[in-house]
Design a protein around this ligand. Structure first.
Ligand code: ZN
Length: 161
C-alpha cells in the first residue's frame, strides 16, 4: 500500500536546520503516526510522502513557504512591561495573545527595564528544514479515524474532548 489521502502512515524522521543542527527526531523514541492528508505535517513533507510505501527512505530540504512560513518582522513587537505586572515574565515564555490577526501564540524574546519584546513568528519560521525520513508502516484509515481527523491506537481514541 502507498501513502495517500486517508491512509495512516508510521514514519521515523529526523529534522535539521540547513546548518545541520538537529531540531527534532523520532528515532530515539516512538515513531510518528499520522493521518495522511490531514495537514498534520508541514506541506512540503506531506507532498513528498505521497505515494511512498513501507521501507522507502528519503532526504529532502523543505523551503520555509512549505514549512513554517517566512519570518515577518512586523510580528515582533515591544510592549510596556507594566502590561505584565501580575506575571513573572521570562525570556522563552510563550502565551496566547490577541492580535489584529486573532489569537496567536507569541514568545517573549527580550526583556528590559521598560519593555517586553514578543515574537509572534513560529520558532521554525524562515528556516529551510532538512528531513531524513523512513516509512515504517502504511495502512488504510478507518472511517472513525477519517471522521476524527487523526489516527487511533489499539486503545482507541486518545484525544480529549
Ligand atoms: Zn479520535
Amino acid at each position: 500500500m502507498n501513502i495517500a489521502n486517508n491512509t495512516i502512515a508510521t514514519i521515523h524522521f529526523t529534522v535539521c536546520s540547513s546548518d545541520g543542527t538537529q531540531i527534532d527526531t523520532s528515532r530515539n523514541s516512538e515513531p510518528m503516526v499520522f493521518l495522511h492528508g490531514s495537514h498534520f505535517l508541514i506541506q512540503g513533507l506531506e507532498d513528498e510522502l505521497e505515494g511512498k510505501t513501507i521501507g522507502d527512505k528519503f532526504i529532502i530540504d523543505v523551503a520555509p513557504e512549505l514549512a513554517y512560513g517566512e519570518r515577518h518582522e512586523t510580528l515582533v513587537q515591544s510592549v510596556p512591561k507594566s502590561m505584565f505586572e501580575d506575571v513573572d515574565v521570562n525570556v522563552g515564555m510563550t502565551f496566547r495573545a490577541s492580535t489584529d490577526d486573532g489569537e496567536q501564540s507569541v514568545m517573549i524574546i527580550d526583556i528590559n527595564e521598560e519593555e517586553v519584546t514578543v515574537d509572534g513568528n513560529h520558532p521554525l519560521s524562515g528556516l529551510t528544514l532538512n528531513f531524513d525520513v523512513e516509512v515504517l508502516e502504511v495502512r488504510e484509515a478507518t472511517e472513525e479515524e477519517i471522521a476524527h481527523g487523526h489516527p487511533h491506537t489499539d486503545d482507541g481514541c486518545e484525544h480529549t474532548q
